[in-house]
Design a binder for this molecule. Sequence first.
Ligand code: SF4
Length: 135
Amino acid sequence: MDYHNVLTTCPYCGAGCGLYIQVLDGEIVGVLPAKEHPVSGGKLCIKGWNATAFVRHPDRLTTPLIREGDRFREASWDEALDRVAERLAQIRDTYGPDALGFLVSAKCTNEENYLAQKLARAFFKTNNVDHCARL
Ligand code: SF4
């Protein structure tokens, strides 16, 4: 039997509370607050206590879906990302760069948000980039 705790950050809001995911034989079995964490100091809200509930939820999307008519079909990440890149370029070329908007997230890292605004401003030439905290 292998049991260990994995220190991580709650995925649900920008507070960034620290928690441990309890792992038993490779399966998530619970969540514990990280007492030593400088932000949360051993406390979690109800979302943090349930931070892993989505992992095995039957409604969880685990592969990209592409709409075809009234249906969705599963696609590879390469196909989905190629489709997104093509459509973004088509919209920019047809309607101009300000027809595009980019929304990022409080739960991304600073580096990920930096890259998203670089993609919007430097590559697509639009300042339409915003953040989930202002939705
Ligand atoms: S535990 Fe609650 S307050 Fe802390 S990061 Fe998660 S959602 Fe936010």
